[in-house]
Design a protein around this ligand. Structure first.
Ligand code: SAM
Length: 237
């Protein structure tokens, strides 16, 4: 699977060299291309923003460098449609969830557009949608300074679901949000730490009892922390 990222801060993505995703890249399971939007500017100041039509505070990202970036990444404007899925990171997009991450992990190529300032001129997404599939995706109901952290979080969540990235695929199945519940608590050795003991059922070797305990704990935790995940549940706030 390949990720391309267009950003004015390519240095943000250095962290994708480390840990599981870094290894997956070195093993050739994941490919990553990080592109500096300013490479597609032509003025001395490498300008990527301008004042908003209609007035108001802040600046808006100009469409021209984005247009050239997409020509380079998706093929010429009048060429055949691209297979890539283009994700515009925006707080005004559909929420990013584990089930969306699962769906996106089946793509062969995703291009991320990272906005800054007040966002990207709206015609860019409209234009890209004539040449590729486009999704506007939000990391959550809050506003970041730019799309880089959002793209990175999405790449990590999607990337770890790509076969071959996480060593033991079974470890992906039992996680929070995979079956609509939060995960049960986990423990390791020692049996007693600072006076706190690991629940006895986990030490007894009775697998059915362990499964039942974990299910009950997952339900209890979900009810307490995220009742909104349960049928008819209220918001946690
Ligand atoms: N004016 C925009 C609005 O109110 O919808 C917010 C602009 S924000 C300061 C700048 C950029 O950060 C956005 O274009 C987007 O790329 C990114 N961003 C901010 N919050 C985000 C979120 N929750 N999810 C994804 N991207 C986000």
């Amino acid at each position: 699977m390949r990720f391309d990222i267009v950003t004015i801060f390519p240095e943000f993505f250095g962290v994708l060299d480390v840990s599981l995703l870094g290894r997956a890249r070195r093993d050739g399971v994941l490919e990553l291309g990080v592109h500096d939007l300013r490479e597609w500017t032509h003025d001395r100041h490498r300008t990527v923003d301008d004042t908003p039509y209609g007035g108001g505070a802040g600046m808006v990202m100009k469409p021209e460098p984005w247009g050239e970036a997409f020509d380079a990444l998706l093929g010429p404007e009048d060429g055949p449609p691209s297979d890539a899925l283009v994700i515009f990171t925006t707080p005004a997009g559909v929420p990013f969830t584990q089930s969306l991450a699962r769906e996106l992990a089946t793509e062969s190529r995703i291009v991320f557009a990272c906005g800054r300032y007040e966002g990207i001129d709206a015609r860019v997404a409209e234009h890209v949608a004539t040449r590729a599939r486009v999704l506007e995706v939000s990391l959550g109901d809050y506003v970041l300074n730019g799309g880089e952290v959002a793209a990175m979080a999405m790449i990590e969540a999607i990337g770890r679901l790509v076969p071959g990235v996480v060593g033991n695929p079974e470890s992906l199945v039992e996680e929070s949000h995979e079956d609509g519940l939060l995960e049960h608590p986990s423990y390791t050795k020692p049996r007693v730490w600072r006076g706190l003991e690991v629940p006895e059922v986990l030490r007894g070797g009775n697998h059915a009892a362990v499964d039942a305990w974990r299910r009950a704990e997952a339900l209890e935790r979900t009810r307490r922390v995220r009742p909104d995940l349960l049928p008819g549940g209220d918001s946690p706030l």
